[in-house]
Design a protein around this ligand. Structure first.
Ligand code: ADQ
Length: 408
């Protein structure tokens, strides 16, 4: 029998997510709620679990309380086969300092690698929306015999400066890797597209240890996976790209095959939700062959009374729509919408309450937000700003956790 290699998965979950403010004012970006019942981290953890990669360390740091709580409540595998999801908070093992960057986060957690003695290490980010069979990428990595494999996807060149940009040869070897270049190069066959890193990597263990040690002793390094470690492997001729378009998950539709979104800005986050509520979404949350797991709240079924209605919307448990109208909106559990209220093109998180006659348009309301009777959001952006609400470049109004929206 061929022995299966030992694999340790590390999820980088310490990101601050400044561009998602105010949703990240009080929680780590991977803990931001998504799609009514999920949190961002559920997507990578589901992909790992569905790919039978179930020895997982989640490196946390920034405001990790709700993330830690979510992981320990939701992500409990049977330990019988040595499976686990372990949240690993920054522990200052190497002296009194926080993680300097994502590579330092792994370096400071080297004891995990030394204890587990894996042959390969899967290092994935925690804040993208996608389905991926990681086993297929692992096969490509093992077949190559190289030190590092980076998952890559084509993105519009206009958005590419937010990503690590890959220039690869036909045999997939990476010729150059530029982390977030100001002027990203287009592709030879498609000048308006660039080939971007998805922030998901697989390494051969010994090679990663060598790279991390070199990085730690380099005083000029930023100690970042995309900024330092991948360029280091590339300089050695030891990196290749795994093209995400070659990945197939069971049950994928023509439309959502190879869907991947970075929802790191308010506008991208909102747009991904509008996709979910569209009649034929690009991303199919309902694929039972590759489920996305989460913690389901204990709450009774959603209820519609007094002619309350919701159309083109996701309505989760515990919601009561009492006479209000909801269109193209995602409602997390326990939301209330009262008589004559109108809610459209919005994302309402847990326990939001919308009063009578209120109007909410193109808005994201974080947990426990109260919109009192008759109050309007998203109707007059000047007025929204004047009341201290944040309005994105794309015109999305975001209200932070627990705020009672003032009338004036
Ligand atoms: P970014 O997402 O901008 O780009 P980064 O902020 O380092 O890079 O976040 C990557 C992952 O690491 C996230 O899941 C984040 O939560 C986590 N992280 C960040 N700092 C951390 C720390 N100090 N400790 C633990 N975890 C930390 C990356 C790559 C790009 C790639 C994009 C794709 O660097 O090359 O194109 O992801 O989204």
């Amino acid at each position: 029998m061929v022995e299966r290699p030992e694999i340790l998965s590390i999820v980088l979950a310490g990101g601050e997510g400044k561009r998602l403010m105010p949703l990240t004012a009080d929680r780590a970006k991977p803990a931001v709620p998504f799609g009514g019942t999920f949190r961002l981290i559920d997507f990578v953890l589901s992909n790992l679990a569905n790919s039978n990669l179930r020895q997982i360390a989640v490196l946390t740091q920034y405001k990790s309380h709700s993330l830690d709580r979510h992981i320990s409540k939701t992500w409990r595998f049977s330990t019988m086969l040595g499976n686990y999801v372990a949240p690993v908070p920054a522990q200052q093992r190497l002296g009194p300092r926080w993680y300097q960057g994502s590579a330092d986060a792994i370096y400071q957690s080297l004891n995990l690698i030394i204890d587990a003695k894996p042959d390969y290490i899967v290092v994935f980010g925690a804040d993208n929306i996608y389905r991926m069979d990681i086993d297929q990428m692992l096969d490509a990595h093992i077949d190559s015999g190289l030190g590092a494999t980076v998952a890559g996807i084509r993105v519009p060149r206009s958005e590419a400066s937010a990503f690590g940009i890959i220039d690869a040869a036909v045999d997939h070897r990476i010729k150059s890797f530029l982390e977030k270049p100001a002027d990203p190069p287009g592709l030879p066959d498609s000048p308006d597209e660039s080939f971007a890193s998805m922030g998901n990597y697989i390494f051969s263990s010994a090679a990663l240890l060598e790279a991390l040690r070199a990085d730690a002793s380099d005083p000029t390094a930023r100690h970042d996976m995309g900024g330092d470690i991948i360029p280091w492997f590339t300089e050695q001729g030891e990196s290749q790209v795994y093209d995400f378009k070659d990945n197939r998950v069971p049950g994928a539709t023509e439309k959502d095959i190879n869907y991947w979104r970075d929802v790191g800005t308010i506008d991208a986050f909102h747009e991904a939700h509008m996709d979910l509520v569209s009649v034929e979404p690009e991303f199919n949350l309902y694929n039972k062959d590759w489920p996305i797991y989460t913690d389901q709240v204990q709450a009774p079924g959603a209820k519609f009374v007094m002619r309350g209605r919701a159309e083109d919307s996701i309505v989760t448990a515990g919601c009561i729509i009492s006479g209000g109208e909801v269109d193209r909106t995602v409602l997390s559990p326990n939301v209330r919408v009262e008589k004559w209220a109108q809610v459209s093109d919005s994302v309402l998180m847990d326990n939001v309450s919308i009063g009578r006659d209120a109007v909410v348009r193109r808005a994201i309301l974080d947990k426990n937000v109260i919109v009192p009777d008759g109050v309007q959001i998203g109707v007059d952006h000047e007025h929204d700003r004047a009341r201290g609400l944040s309005v994105s470049d794309g015109g999305i109004v975001t209200v932070g956790k627990g705020v009672t929206v003032p009338r004036d």
